[in-house]
Design a protein around this ligand. Structure first.
Ligand code: ZN
Length: 384
C-alpha cells in the first residue's frame, strides 16, 4: 500500500524570472476560467469531448504549452464533478505533469515548463525533504505562489502507508461543537446531559435574577457553584479517558490552538444558547486538565491552528469554495467534492489529527493540499 503525499519545496526564483512564472499562472487561470465557461455553456463534462471542443482555442488564446492546456482541462473537469464548484480560478497555482516538470535528484533542481519555455530552479530544502524525494521519479507537481510572494513546488510522491515506528501517532480532539469532545479514534462525549443541566441552571438563574433579593443572590451563588462542580467532574473524566487512550496507544493528543478557538467560535454571531455551550471557561478547563494529566503520564500534547479544521474534508481536504458556506450541516459533514460523509465533529478531529501528524512527523511539509484545487488548504503551523 502506498499513499501519495506532496513534498513542499521552496523554489529559488531569480527576480527576473518571477514575472515569467506570474504570467504562466495568470494564463493558466485564464485557461481554466475559459474552459469552465465553455463547459458550462455547452454542457460538457467529459475530458475528451472538452479537449476536442476547446483545446486549440485555448492554446491559441493563451500561448500556453500543450500539456498546460491538458492540465487546465483536467482541473476544470475535476471541479465540474464536485457538487460545489469553484466559480473563478485564481492565478495562484499551476498543475504540472511529466512533460512540464522534472526533478533532478543529482543536482537538487527542478525543471518547470513556463509559458516562455523550460526553466530550472534550485530547491531550497532540507535533508528531510531530500530523503522523501530520494530515489523517486515524480511525474506530477503543482507550482504555487503564496500570499507572501514566495514560490513553492509541491511534488507528488508515493510513499508506503505504514509510518515508521518511531513516529508517534496522534489522536485529534475536536472540542465544543456538537459534542463536548470528539476524537479521531471516533469517540464522542455527548453534550446533552451537560447542556440540559446548563439550560436548567440558566433558566433558574434568569428567574432568580429578576428578583434581586438577598436570598435570591445566595441561591445564585450556590447554583453557579453546583454547575461548576458538575462541569469540573465531567472534564476530569473526559481528560482521564483521553490521556489513558493516548498513553495506551503511544499517541500524542492534538487540539486546536486555544487562542484561535476563541476567535473561530466568536467569528459568527451565535445564538445565546450556542454561546453558552461553547464560549466559556469549560473548554479551557478541559484542555488544562488534559495538559496536566498528560504531563504526568508522559503523553505529548500538540496544538494546531484552528482555521478550517471543522470545514475541511478529512479525505480530500476540500473546503467549501463559497465564503460563509460549509459542507457541515448540523451533525453531519458531507463533502461536495468526494462525497465523504461522517459525523461532523469526528471529521474535524480527523483533520486535527492529520494536521498534527504532519506537524509532529513531517515538520518540513508546510501544508495539506486540497486534491481538487491543488492548493494548500490547511497549515500545520501558522506562518505569516
Ligand atoms: Zn472530500
Amino acid at each position: 500500500m502506498t499513499q501519495t503525499i506532496t513534498v513542499s519545496c521552496k523554489l529559488e526564483v531569480p527576480p527576473n524570472i518571477a514575472p515569467e512564472i506570474d504570467k504562466t499562472l495568470e494564463k493558466f487561470a485564464d485557461a481554466c476560467n475559459h474552459i469552465l465557461d465553455t463547459a458550462l455553456m455547452e454542457n460538457v463534462t467529459n475530458t475528451t469531448k472538452l479537449h476536442h471542443l476547446i483545446y486549440k482555442d485555448v492554446r491559441g488564446a493563451t500561448g500556453l504549452k500543450a500539456n498546460h492546456v491538458c492540465q487546465a482541462i483536467r482541473r476544470v473537469v475535476g471541479n465540474l464533478k464536485a457538487t460545489y464548484r469553484i466559480k473563478q480560478f485564481r492565478p495562484t497555482s499551476i498543475s504540472l505533469d511529466a512533460r512540464t516538470f522534472k526533478y533532478e535528484e543529482e543536482n537538487q533542481i527542478v525543471g518547470v515548463t513556463l509559458i516562455s519555455g523550460r526553466k530550472k530552479f534550485n530547491l531550497s530544502i532540507g535533508n528531510y525533504q531530500r530523503g522523501l524525494l530520494k530515489g523517486h521519479i515524480p511525474t506530477s507537481a503543482t507550482l504555487v505562489k503564496r500570499k507572501n510572494g514566495d514560490y513553492y513546488i509541491q511534488i507528488a510522491v508515493n510513499i508506503p502507508t505504514q509510518p515508521p515506528s518511531h513516529t508517534p501517532r496522534t489522536i485529534g480532539v475536536d472540542l465544543g461543537r456538537r459534542s463536548i469532545a470528539a476524537t479521531s479514534t471516533e469517540k464522542t462525549w455527548n453534550g446533552d446531559k451537560l447542556n440540559q443541566t446548563r439550560d436548567r441552571y440558566s433558566r433558574v438563574r434568569a428567574n432568580v435574577q429578576s428578583k434581586r433579593t438577598k436570598s435570591s443572590k445566595r441561591l445564585l451563588r450556590r447554583l453557579s457553584g453546583r454547575e461548576r462542580r458538575f462541569q469540573s467532574w465531567l472534564n476530569h473524566n473526559i481528560a482521564k479517558e483521553l490521556v489513558t487512550e493516548a498513553k495506551n496507544t503511544n499517541s500524542a493528543l492534538a487540539f486546536e490552538d486555544l487562542k484561535g478557538i476563541r476567535q473561530s467560535l466568536n467569528k459568527k454571531p451565535r445564538s445565546r444558547k450556542e454561546r453558552r455551550k461553547t464560549n466559556n471557561w469549560a473548554f479551557y478547563q478541559l484542555r488544562q486538565y488534559v495538559i496536566y494529566k498528560a504531563a504526568i503520564a508522559g503523553v505529548e500534547v500538540v496544538f494546531v491552528p484552528p482555521a478550517y479544521t471543522s470545514q475541511t474534508c478529512a479525505v480530500c481536504h476540500h473546503v467549501h469554495p463559497e465564503k460563509g458556506k460549509s459542507y457541515r450541516s448540523g451533525e453531519r459533514f458531507k463533502c461536495g467534492n468526494c462525497s465523504w460523509s461522517h459525523n461532523a465533529d469526528v471529521n474535524a478531529s480527523f483533520v486535527i489529527s492529520q494536521l498534527s501528524g504532519v506537524y509532529v512527523n513531517h515538520p518540513e511539509i508546510s501544508g495539506i493540499v486540497c486534491q481538487l484545487e491543488g492548493q494548500l488548504s490547511l497549515f500545520p503551523m501558522n506562518y505569516a
